[in-house]
Design a protein around this ligand. Sequence first.
Ligand code: SF4
Length: 338
Amino acid sequence: KERILEVENLTVAFKTYGGSVQAVRGTDFYLDKGETLAIVGESGCGKTVTAKAIMGLLPIDNTTIGNENSKIMFNGRNLIKLTEGELADLRGKEISMIFQDPMTSLNPTMRIGEQIAESVLIHNQISKEKAKEIAIKMLKLVQIPNPEERYKQYPFEFSGGMRQRVMIAIALACDPKILIADEPTTALDVTIQAQIMKLINELKKDLDTGVILVTHDLGVVAGAADRIIVMYAGKIVESGRTEDIFYNLKHPYTYALLQSVPKLTKDTSKKLYSLQGTPPDLIDPPKGCGFAPRCDFAMKICSIKTPEKTTFAEGHEAYCWLHHEKANTQGVPELILT
Ligand code: SF4
């Protein structure tokens, strides 16, 4: 598999009146051609900030991206070091993004087809006729019926699911190497959600695009992702192949996330699990494991020292003291490592 993106020790901090918010605190991950990587976690865990850092979409003022050891390597270039102009050239052409709410991303006063054609014209020196041809081809590709007719219509004439299909058409019109989808189905109802995820997956296979799927909902990624990264309080707490995360998870936070996914069961007496408490304040991030105040398995060491990485299988890793050889997993361990 060809590696198309490699992120090393990514950090992002925002200056606020209250202090510096450490939104991303050193993440490492990669993306291969044609695979879907899901980044999952609660709001504020750093998943969207990570995605926006890759796109160069974070505000320049008051934001510090990376340190001397940080890299976002794409096509042999470190994206952290690029100028705004160089990033603008990549955006939409090499790396595209779709967002949660397609209505606010589309221009309500412009015909759908022209919006797709425009995105092609920005990055390619082609005629308007050729751009129109590509736009109609893209409408077909995202399975919008009567594309020639639909080309002339306005966003209000499209349903929510159709508008998201248009956003996917715009994002893929320039044949990008990476598609970042940030909560692409959250604003849609469940049936349409499934259709959109199916469409993204089919197109990814046809076009060999790498997809980064950002979501708070582990349920959405089950049939869609090849690998999953679970983030909490600005850090990766577990990563692995989708089957590792669903059937052999190793981190209490992954467990909590999975428990809150609704299941098809006849037993309606069971209430949906909801994780108590709130994530830590990232202006003053915790010393040890960020999940400690909410974790049923927390030990003394957990709030003192950052958990080390344990590798369970190729690519399946978790950061949790429970997997340390000295941890007493029989009861509530009093573990202090020196
Ligand atoms: Fe829980 Fe400790 Fe593991 Fe953190 S390191 S998840 S607090 S057991």
